[in-house]
Design a protein. Structure first.
Lengths: 134, 126
């Protein structure tokens, strides 16, 4: 019998499914794990926008002012400030992951503590950056 | 009858065909981004909203131009690596998966080349 190479889900049959996300109570560990991925994906847009800003500057004054004006409009700033928090969260969260990769701080107590520190530092760094740039 | 061992036969034939290399490379780009992202972020925040001449002056400087180029190379690689893991998790079906992975690489390669070209033009024409 030929077995076609199909995607996941095609050979599930009647096997029981494990409980999914909505079953679990949110915890600092799970929420931060999800946030690390969401902030990473969230920064895709800002990266493209910043590349666009450089391209506009290289093109000429008129185009630069258009793109720079858009990025500093309330809508542009909403994206950029959101991305700034995403950056700091992903930055500190990344440090936390690298520390785990070195097999350090892996106890439950330590994991919860570094989670809260990550969250607090991300908000603090975002606020400091906004104050600094204004 | 083949003389290769069972171990050799299954090597690289898991569901993903590879993994350790990708994992290592992702750590490498993340470590590189610790200094690079900060070196890029602060001058960028200062330059955003500046007039055209001031922006060109900043990024015509070799330091800022080089930091920006290195940042875009590494960040686009890191974004591609991160998105690849997400795609592998949520996109099913071999064709769709393969197409998504290829598209992902092309897009971030394109963004990196665009940014590098723009920064180089600014740096070389000032």
């Amino acid at each position: 019998m030929a077995i076609e190479n199909q995607g996941a889900g095609s050979n599930q049959g009647n096997r029981p499914l494990s409980p999914h996300l909505q079953i679990y109570r949110p915890q600092i560990t799970s929420v931060l794990s999800i946030l690390n991925r969401i902030t990473g994906i969230g920064m895709l847009l800002a990266t493209v926008l910043i590349a666009w800003w450089f391209l506009a500057a290289a093109t000429g004054v008129g185009y630069y002012e258009l793109v720079d004006g858009f990025l500093t409009s309330w809508f542009g700033l909403l994206i950029l400030v959101g991305s700034l928090w995403a950056f700091w969260f992903h930055f500190f969260s990344g440090l936390r992951h690298l520390r785990w990769d070195a097999v350090k701080g892996m106890g439950m107590k330590s994991v919860r503590r570094s989670g809260w520190i990550t969250l607090i530092l991300s908000v603090l760094a975002t606020v400091l950056c906004i104050v600094w740039v204004m | 009858m083949s003389f290769i061992t069972d171990r050799k036969r299954v090597d690289g034939l898991g569901a993903a065909h590879n993994g350790v290399g990708h994992w290592m490379s992702q750590r490498l780009t993340s470590i590189a981004l610790i200094p690079l992202s900060l070196m890029f972020l602060f001058p960028f925040m200062r330059s955003l909203g500046a007039d055209h001449a001031a922006m060109l002056q900043t990024y015509a400087h070799p330091y800022h131009a080089l930091v920006a180029v290195m940042f875009f190379i590494v960040v686009c690689k890191h974004l591609q690596q991160g998105l690849q893991v997400v795609i592998e998790d949520y996109v099913h079906g071999q064709r769709t998966l393969l197409a998504s992975l290829i598209l992902n690489k092309l897009i971030w390669g394109g963004v990196a080349v665009t940014a590098i070209f723009a920064i180089a033009k600014i740096a070389f024409s000032a």
